[in-house]
Design a protein around this ligand. Structure first.
Ligand code: DC
Length: 222
């Protein structure tokens, strides 16, 4: 492992494999791992739970500013926020269908990005999201932009939802995936796009181990 690689940013659209790859990569390197999507999900859950309309940017910003999101658990897939301990509920379809709108709000992004940068300050971290290489950690040592075809991404997401016991049509997941891509890519603040210096990696036909191996090899090269 090159001594220089300490901060790794992984971005990409819905269900490109970021979560599984990021977690395994961090384990492999002995690095910390932060899935920033879970933080946007936590604020979305809290807004829905508190009856805050997801169009009310001012209230959402205040909510995010006053309720830091603590990502907890060995897998980094639980949070503690405003006294709530949340896990699978962060993947509920109500959160899925509102999180893109909540994460458009600049004040929400500002609050969460500050927390994310603080987490990365110690280095040795794999951070995943949509704007990690472009906005949160523009000086990351290695930036990876994961992609996959919409059909493969929807199928992965559909399988995840089935594993969580949710019954949903593949077609519905595909159209929601495309809708979220659209919102994430076209928002004014920190849209989803590869950083200029990101390494683009298409994961179609590759399993998690294969993708991780490619990224580790790339990191060693640097
Ligand atoms: O990765 P995910 O599906 O859990 O992310 C949920 C939403 O959060 C996604 O629709 C876009 C938003 N998000 C974001 O805007 N910026 C990030 N760094 C991570 C996620």
């Amino acid at each position: 492992m090159a001594r220089g690689v300490s901060v790794i940013a992984i971005d990409g659209p819905v269900a490109a494999g970021k979560t599984a790859v990021g977690r395994e990569l961090a384990r492999n390197l002995g690095f910390a791992y932060l899935d920033t999507g879970i933080m946007y999900r936590a604020i979305t859950w809290l807004a829905l739970h508190s009856g805050i309309p997801v169009e009310d940017e001012t209230a959402l910003g205040e909510l995010a500013r006053t309720n830091p999101v603590d990502v907890v658990g060995d897998e980094g897939n639980r949070v503690s926020v405003a006294g709530h301990s949340l896990g699978p509920e962060l993947r509920d379809s109500s959160v899925d269908s509102n999180v893109s709108v909540v994460s458009k709000a600049p004040a929400v992004r500002k609050a969460l990005v500050a927390q994310q940068r603080q987490t990365a300050a110690e280095g040795k971290i794999v951070m995943i999201g949509r704007d990690i290489g472009t906005v949160v950690l523009p000086d990351a040592d290695l930036k990876v932009y994961l992609t996959a075809s919409p059909e493969n991404r929807a199928r992965r997401r559909w399988q995840e939802m089935r594993d969580l016991g949710q019954s949903v049509e593949l077609e519905t997941v595909l159209s929601e995936t495309l809708a979220r891509d659209e919102t994430d890519s076209n928002r004014d603040d920190s849209p989803l796009k590869p950083a200029k210096d990101a390494w683009k990696l298409n994961t179609d036909g590759l399993n998690i181990e294969q993708v991780v191996r490619k990224i580790v090899a790339r990191a060693k090269d640097r």
